[in-house]
Design a protein around this ligand. Sequence first.
Ligand code: PGA
Length: 254
Amino acid sequence: MRNKIVAGNWKMNKTLKEGIELANEVNNLVSKSNNKSVVVILGTPFIYLAEVNKIIDPKFISIAVQNCASEPEGAYTGEISVEMIQSTGAKYVIIGHSERRAYFGEEEQILNKKVNLALAENLIPIFCCGERLEEREKGIHFDIVKNQLDKALFDLEESEFRKIAIAYEPVWAIGTGVNATPDQAQEMHRFIRNLIVERYENETAESISILYGGSCKPSNSNELFANPDVDGGLIGGASLKADDFFAIINSLTG
Ligand code: PGA
C-alpha cells in the first residue's frame, strides 16, 4: 500500500506569526480528526521551519521545505544545505518545482544533485515534474515529463528511488484556477508509473506515491483523488487556509 499524501506548499506567503497560526489551526484539525491515514505535510518557508516544528504534533504532521542547495556545504551565501534542513527537523524537501525551474533556472542536472544530496541526508524528496501549456498543445507533454524523470531521477539505485515521492504539476494548472481534469491527471500519473515499471521493478512502481498539483482545491480534490494512480496532492493556494487544506485532506481519506 502506498502512502496517501497531502502536502501544502506555502511558497513565499505568510509572516512568521501568520505561519504559526496556520500551522496551529491545521495541527488542531488534523490531530482531532478520526481519520489518520493520510500523511500530512506542511511546506513552510525555511525561516519558519524551526518554529513550526515546535508546534506541530509529529505523529500527525511533517514538515517539508520548498528547496535545498545543490551543494553540500561551504561558501554559498544565502543557500540552505540538506544537512542544515535535516538539523531543524524537516522530513521532506520539494525539489524541481516549476517556479524554481522557471525563475531560478533549475534544470535536471542540478535537480539530480539535489535529489541525491537530500536522500543522503535522509530527507524525502518530493520531486516535481510537469509540462508547460505550449508543450501540451504541441502534444509533447509525455516526452517532457519522461525527459525530466530520466535525467533527474532514473539514475538512482532502486533502494533509493523507492524513498521518493513524485508530484505531477502541469505548469498551466499552477495558480491559474484551471486544474487538470481527473482524466488528464490519471493519464499522466499512469504514464509516470509505467515509466517506473520500465526502469525498476513493478513492486517499486506500485509503492511510489504520485501526487497531483495545480489548482487543487476542496471543490475538485475528491474527483482528482478518486483516480487509482493519484495518491494525493501538492497544494499551493488552498494550503494557506486551514479549513480548505483540511477539506482536501479529508477528501483523500473519504
Ligand atoms: P496551486 O499551486 O495549488 O496554487 O495551483 C500548486 C503548487 O505550485 O504546488
